[in-house]
Design a protein around this ligand. Sequence first.
Ligand code: GUN
Length: 285
Amino acid sequence: MSNLIDGKQISAQVKEQVARETAALREKGITVGLAVVIVGDDPASRIYVNNKKRACETCGIQSFEYALPGTTSEAKLLELVEKLNGDPAVNGILVQLPLPKQISEQKVIAAISPEKDVDAFHAVNVGKIMIGDYDFLPCTPAGCLTLIDSTGVSIEGKRCVVIGRSNIVGKPMAMLLLHRNGTVTICHSRTQDLKEICREADILVAAVGKANFVTADMVKEGAVVIDVGMNRLENGKLCGDVDFEAVREKAGWITPVPGGVGPMTIATLMRNTLSAAKLQNQVKA
Ligand code: GUN
């Protein structure tokens, strides 16, 4: 039976720390602000955005919501991003993805000022992460790293397997594990012998987007299993990429869904927004 990694509790600690620091900045006359842009009415995006706004309140961060209709043109969204780039009350800009088809996500990400890119999606920030000299880490992978660290299991020299190669999770996750001296393998939809590779992993991160994709026979006894998946089942229940009940019997540590990676992503966003405000106000970290 594995130990549960409590993302709710760990994220609460991170948010408390952020709240303490934003209060200290306020004493110096510095406020911290995050602009959250949502285009269209995707129900999952709406839930994420609401959770982000609630976290801002907890952390003493001012949130500015821009909810635009799904028919919004790319030019209109780019115009808004430009305005937010120039707004001194806005330290961080988050454009919730996915965007409607008529808008290029890459163009919008490229338009966000790298200093305000609290998602760390901009090519400048991605490049900085690649060379290991960065201002922000992408929220979900950084949150996963905090969860792994909470177990006390060292990453150094361990076999780490990441399933999924998205720009948001898989690729940066692999890079962060590499920075910690893990021996990293990225698996994806074309990977041969996936089960055998996963079974070697001391640390297994699943970011596939398929319910119950990781079964117990893919997991090494005692492994740390981090489940990034957020899949909505037909009955409305939220479930991860890992067959939780079976895998928890085998893993050493495991994150639940909900209550694992999700809250950590948001807590890391709060931390990044604070870092952005410090950078923009030349306050030492
Ligand atoms: N959509 C799903 N995850 C994310 C995220 O971390 N940031 C943004 N901007 N959109 C998302």
